[in-house]
Design a protein around this ligand. Sequence first.
Ligand SMILES: [Zn+2]
Length: 422
Amino acid sequence: LIGKADVERSVLDWLATHEADTIELLRELIRQPSVPGMEYGAQQVVLRQLTDLGLDAVCEEVDVATVSALPGYSETGRGYANRPSVVGRWPGTGGGRSLILSSHIDVVPVESCSGWTYDPWRGKIVGGRLYGRGACDDKPGIVLNLAVLRALRELGVRLRGDVEVQSVPDEEGGGNATLALCASGHRADAALFVDGVRCTAVTGFMGQSWFRATVRGAPAGGVDLERGVNPIPLAGKLIDALYRLEDEMNETLDVPYGGVERPVRFNVGQIHAGAWSNSVPARCVFEGQINFLPCRELAWAQDQVRQAIADVVANDPWLHDHPPEIRFVGVQADGCHDTSTPELLCVLGAAHKDVWGTEMVIRDIQGFIDTRHYLTHGIPSVCYGPLGANAHGVDEYLELDTLVPTAQAIALFVMRWCGLAL
Ligand SMILES: [Zn+2]
């Protein structure tokens, strides 16, 4: 007769002895440059893995006509052709709690490889760290969910509750793929979103709004520069005003957020203008983002941005007559401080403690996560995952010795949440 503890022990052992396979799959996925819009190749790898596990695996496209009408939709300016979510279903024997195990396949672009110590698309291992774009955020999430499923399947473990594995595109710059899955009826009693959150549980996050400003000037050539109005310095005035808005929003906080003194961050991330050094450009386009506390709403944050720009426009004769166009393109996410998940956190925290021997830290972060969509659809959701650093930056890496313990904690959580059918 085999008991629950024996099954758990054999799953943990399996994950430890198969570490090399898990790392190899992670490196294979890092070699797929799945930046937003280019997730197809990596998703095919995931689809093959799920099919290989004998799961009912399907691709589900994002239906823009449906999701664009929903609260939580972000207009990204990118289409969704060849950007499917990959979903694998494992029905339970019955009587247990169901679970969505999710993670995102997309990674942010690499501006230039030149700043990197190692090729961002190779997955080189040096000194216990695996380097590459997505090495922390979030290829380990995909690989950990697959490893846990593989351990359970190969050992013949049966769960009472249904498990659905989701690998979603579009998390970094939109989040519409998860929204689409929620909208098309994917439901469970809980969702665990696995991402590189340093072996903690993330239940809260700030809101965020991305925007694009188009500033028009009066173009002129080198022979009559004085006839032109240059939109680049005008854009600079607007950008300065947005940095002042960041200061104001931080200075008016009643309480620090997540232990961070200045949690509100404005960033200008892209700027485009001109084609020739002694010509005045016709327009300057810049794109940026500002985040805001969960107690505020998206519409409020967007108003703050509009107002900061309007104040500059009112005091500049050219801008007054040629107001810049502001469009909220990219992530439009409300913040959240979730308190609907005590049972989920209790089971996950116990699993974490059994593996790590320490209490699981529960925290709020400044970034945004797709868990917001599960939560707004009534599905308790938390984000958990391994330790890495430099996500979105240069020399992104994963601490490899956190991979197996994180897989083990997730596996214990899955078995205890869904229930073992012994
Ligand atoms: Zn992520």
